[in-house]
Ligand binder design. Structure first.
Ligand code: BTN
Length: 270
């Protein structure tokens, strides 16, 4: 028998990332709601989760289909983190999601910066948005980070309003549905572990390298109106992607990448 995902069931998980739970049947966007709550002083570990989102969105304002059956959630984090380490949060979260998925047999890979893919199709998107930075002693600290996770679980790729070539779901990968409460429990505990290691980043970096599908790829980078190509070399200690380009090596703290597949014939084939 599967557990129902309800406010009290989520509260009973007793996760430090769900100290305060806002469970909804329907909201426009858990991310927007969590952001409002954070500005109003919501504590670390405020979890906003909804069965449906009517205005879910991802990076660069793209819309994010959120019908019933997925895990659509945003967490208010107050990690006392230097603002320059903020990109690490996305990578720590990506590792956490990858671990939770591998545990149930879904071999997802991390595509920098914030996607989890199964056989090239997106199964989860991560949206980490930093709040204002405030000066503390000699550094600038992010007051809060809203960590948004959209995980396609018990639904069909065709429910998502994007091309089925682009999307995967747990149901499409495993051929059956999973217990969403158990999945959320595991997800929160892996995320909590990742977030705890955001300052001492080495273990996350190691796991990220193991789970990624970006390093060693030729990538086309889109960053602030600039397009260029290069070879993805590594993740640097701050969570930035190190890319070798014709004019030198750069560290990408933000941006979009596309894999450059060899054209047919490049490898000698037709
Ligand atoms: C991306 O791939 O661009 C990130 C997608 C993030 C989607 C999640 S779903 C829960 C939360 N609420 C939103 O509106 N967005 C995030």
């Amino acid at each position: 028998m599967t557990n129902l995902l309800t406010q009290s069931a989520v509260e009973r998980l007793n996760s430090p990332l769900a100290r305060r739970v806002e469970f909804h049947d329907e909201v426009a966007s858990t991310q927007d709601l969590a952001l409002e709550l954070a500005h109003a002083g919501a504590p670390h570990g405020t979890l906003v989760i909804s069965r449906i989102q009517t205005g879910g969105h991802g990076r660069l304002g793209r819309s994010w289909g959120s019908p019933p059956g997925g895990i659509w959630m945003s967490i208010v984090l107050r990690p006392e983190l230097e603002a320059r380490y903020a990109p690490r949060m996305t990578q720590a979260a990506a590792v956490g999601v990858a671990k939770a998925l591998h545990e149930i047999g879904v071999e997802a890979r991390i595509k920098w910066p914030n996607d989890l893919l199964v056989e090239g199709k997106k199964i989860c998107g991560i949206l980490a948005v930093g709040g204002p930075a405030a000066r503390r002693e000699k550094t600038y600290q992010t007051e809060f980070v809203i960590l948004g996770i959209g995980l396609n679980a018990n639904l069909d790729p065709s429910d998502l309003g994007v091309s089925v070539e682009q999307a995967a779901t747990i149901r499409s990968v495993l051929g059956h549905d999973v217990d969403l409460l158990e999945l959320l429990d595991s997800l929160l505990s892996h995320l909590e572990h990742g977030i705890r290691h955001v300052k001492n980043f080495e273990p996350i970096l190691r796991d990220w390298r193991e789970f990624n599908c970006t390093l060693g790829e030729r990538v086309r980078v889109r960053r602030s109106g600039q397009d260029f190509e290069g070879l993805a070399l590594d993740l640097n200690p701050h969570g930035a992607l190190r890319v070798a380009t014709e004019t030198g090596t750069i560290d990408l703290f933000e941006g979009e990448i596309e894999y450059v597949r060899p054209h047919s014939g490049d490898d000698g084939s037709e």
